[in-house]
Design a protein. Structure first.
Length: 435
């Protein structure tokens, strides 16, 4: 995490003080369950809560102990004993370090998912607002980067809305999948601790018991979580790249909001660059970079090793913090995006009517020409227009073979822009419902 791309609410989830607070809650809830089962004295469990519930854990002290013990959970438990006193000997009864570490990580990931889901709602709201604003704003659709047929700018945004709706559904599923708790002891057999302790802790921490763990919670859950973040990041980049293309000087159909006092270049005062979109592209790459180690973390030795641990210490905070920042930035970018319908129309007209070539092709076949002959007739009139040697409609009107099938009036009707937009309402209803 670096401050430049970090929002405080997400960062706080990963701060050491938050982590130790969660560790304490796991241990204290486990102590409550152990007390109810008669494994430890009830007064001991009460003392743990009373003395440490509102404590501010001394991170520097824990680090100092860890430098000697070379073990983070033992360092924490030693510091907790300094706060709680003799009753601390009843803490961590029958538990292993992974019970604390893995359950804590899943609490953090679920909290992070909640923030990311709220971020997605912001993106969806911005996309919906702008989609309806430009529902019928015509623009050129492109395939392979080349003019194809007309669409609307609202359809582009509706496409993104549907994409991020799927992203939200995936993240909800990923959150559910990772929201498990394991308090099963060494190698996961519950030999030293009753399964009812796990059930109690899971409920208290807003999780569900892991059906079967080894000494760790299965990492395929985490792989799915981080893979979902990677897919969301790719959706962020897809929109960012679209905006970057639209802001190119030769296109200029839309551009990022340029605030008063903003500077685009240290050398060229005229520049207005798509810096936010480019930034989102870079941030998306970083989120996706953590997908591979998440997948590789699934493969652990036997009942446990810690090859996953070092990677997760980085990927947990970095991926969630970075995606959080990116989604909020994207929502603001969409909300303030400058849109230029006149330039969209200008670009639509740039190829002298060639965007209607398919309608002419189909009309010729309907009039009796073979598809092969129809294609040749349309293409031989289209190619001169590409070279700047005339207007497509006028060339078609002058083509004697075309005139055998289509009158001037029929040709003119085939160049109606509205024809391409007749199902926009249907598409919008599919995406947004009846709203």
């Amino acid at each position: 995490m670096i401050p430049r791309y970090t929002r405080p609410e997400m960062a706080s989830i990963w701060e050491p003080q938050t982590r130790f607070k969660i560790w304490f809650e796991i241990e204290a809830h486990a102590a409550d369950a152990l007390a109810e089962l008669g494994t430890i004295p009830k007064e001991a469990a009460k003392t743990v809560w009373a003395k440490a519930k509102d404590a501010t854990f001394d991170v520097a002290r824990i680090d100092e102990i860890e430098r000697e013990t070379k073990h983070d959970v033992i360092a924490f438990l030693t510091h907790l004993a300094e706060i709680v006193g003799p009753e601390a000997r009843f803490v961590h009864q029958g538990m292993t370090s992974s019970d604390v570490l893995d359950t804590c990580l899943n609490v953090q990931l679920t909290r992070a998912a909640d923030l990311l889901l709220a971020d997605l709602d912001k993106v969806l709201a911005a996309l919906k607002k702008r989609a309806f604003e430009h529902k019928m704003t015509p623009t050129i659709g492109r395939s392979h980067g080349i003019h194809a047929e007309p669409v609307t700018f609202g359809l582009k945004l509706a496409y993104a809305y549907a994409e991020f709706t799927r992203a939200k559904e995936r993240l909800i599923a990923a959150r559910k999948e990772v929201a498990t708790c394991a308090i099963s002891g060494a190698v996961g057999t519950f030999a030293q601790i009753d399964p009812r302790v796990e059930e109690h802790v899971a409920k208290a921490m807003g999780l569900v018991p892991e059906p079967i763990s080894t000494q760790v919670i299965p990492r395929d859950r985490h792989a799915m979580y981080f893979s979902t973040l990677g897919v969301i990041a790719s959706s962020v980049e897809r929109i960012a790249v679209e905006i970057r293309h639209m802001q190119r000087t030769e296109v200029l159909e839309a551009e990022e909001f340029f605030s008063e006092g903003q500077k685009g270049s240290s050398a060229m005062p005229h520049k207005r660059n798509p810096v936010l979109s480019e930034n989102l592209t870079g941030l998306s790459r970083m989120v996706r970079a953590y997908v591979t180690p998440a997948l590789e973390n699934v493969v652990l030795w036997h009942e446990r090793d810690i090859s996953h641990s070092s990677a997760e210490r980085m990927m947990g905070p970095d991926a969630t913090v970075t995606l959080d920042f990116a989604l909020v930035r994207l929502a603001g970018l969409i909300d303030k995006l400058l849109v230029y319908p006149a330039n969209m129309q200008k670009n639509l007209d740039r190829l002298g009517g060639l965007v209607h070539s398919q309608r002419v092709l189909l009309a010729l076949t309907q009039k009796g020409a073979s598809r092969e002959d129809s294609y040749k007739l349309v293409q031989r009139n289209a190619m001169p227009v590409w070279r700047g040697e005339g207007d497509f409609l006028q060339l078609l009107k002058k083509d004697a073979e075309v005139k055998k099938y289509l009158s001037d009036a029929e040709l003119e009707e085939l160049f109606d822009l509205g024809y391409h937009l007749k199902h926009v309402d249907t598409i919008f209803k599919r995406v947004f419902g009846e709203s």
